[in-house]
Design a protein. Structure first.
Ligand code: HH2
Length: 288
């Protein structure tokens, strides 16, 4: 099985020291990033994690189910979502982040705001997941200074407007070119490593999403770890006719197994247990 790795400038669960101040986490196959939306308005699970203790319990359940990374988000980025201030985002994310410091998994924070990233990294976050794809140059400086790797996700427009009129001449080439150029710049500026994410549903029609999913092997071939996040997204309803987000786990598994077949290093999912089982079966079959 192929393996992937990320480099950090500080100790991280399961990472090995490789040279001065360089800690490398290497994993085989496709790792599971469990989603923790600490928001009242996320599209699939908004508000369910806001009562005290509920988020921590859910986080530990995700770890027990097989999550190697937890992604904590304090602002919804669903289509039409309103931004919140850095203070609100930090108030939602920091308590759980501190609570999870000894949990033995990689802690990611889903933010495009450099001030949130800086504070989260000080509080024990290991990885920054930037859905704006490092649009703010300050984000590169923050991550380089801290020694933090970054998920660079592609988004056309902003969450408020992105689904109004998405347009590309060649979606696959444009997304790939953006991700590659941004990765090269980030690494040159001192970010220790990056993960690339085509941003399913972020300023894309169904046809755009399908072209990106079919083009995953070419994105993987660039040589960077690739993350796929299709969990419970509207694309699944569009392709299957099935209703609410909470009922889209079978479609999520189907799309993420497609990603695993293409060689993606990580999938970002709500239902970790279902994905653990699907990936174990699929990987055993592949290795047989
Ligand atoms: N999708 C969402 C949020 N963050 N990050 C990455 N890297 N890739 C994604 O595809 C991605 C992401 C949207 O999903 P969710 O977190 O479930 O909803 P919301 O933004 O409404 O909280």
């Amino acid at each position: 099985m192929d393996s992937s790795s990320l480099t950090f400038g500080y100790p991280v669960p399961n990472a090995a020291l490789q040279g001065a101040g360089r800690f490398v986490w290497e994993w085989p196959g496709t790792a599971l990033m469990g989603i923790l939306n600490l928001t009242p308005d996320s599209f699939s699970d908004g508000s369910t994690l806001t009562p005290p203790g509920a988020a921590s319990k859910h986080a530990h359940n995700l770890i027990e189910d097989g999550a190697q990374v937890l992604d904590l988000g304090g602002e919804s980025t669903r289509p039409g979502a309103e931004p919140v201030s850095a203070e609100v985002e930090l108030d939602r994310v920091l308590p759980l982040l501190r609570d999870l410091r000894g949990a033995g998994v990689v802690l990611s924070v889903d933010t495009y705001k450099p001030e949130v990233a800086a504070e989260a990294l000080r509080a024990g976050a290991h990885l920054i997941n930037d859905v704006s794809g490092l649009r703010d140059p300050e984000m590169v400086r923050v991550c380089a200074a801290a020694g933090a790797p970054v998920v660079i996700m592609h988004m056309q427009g902003t969450p408020g407007t992105m689904q109004k009129h998405p347009h590309y001449d060649d979606v696959k080439l444009e997304v790939q070119a953006y991700l590659e150029a941004t990765a090269v710049q980030a690494l040159a500026a001192g970010v220790p490593s990056v993960i690339l994410d085509p941003g399913i549903g972020f300023g894309k029609t169904v046809a755009h999403n399908l072209a990106l999913l079919r083009g995953l092997p070419e994105l993987v071939a660039l040589g960077y770890p690739v993350l796929l996040g299709a969990s419970r997204k509207g694309l699944i309803r569009a392709l299957s006719g099935e209703g609410p987000a909470s009922e889209r786990d079978p479609g999520s598994v189907a799309l993420h197994l497609w990603g695993a077949l293409a060689g993606v290093a990580m999938v970002r999912v709500h239902n970790v247990r279902a994905h653990t089982q699907a990936l174990r079966v699929w990987e055993a079959l592949r290795e047989a």
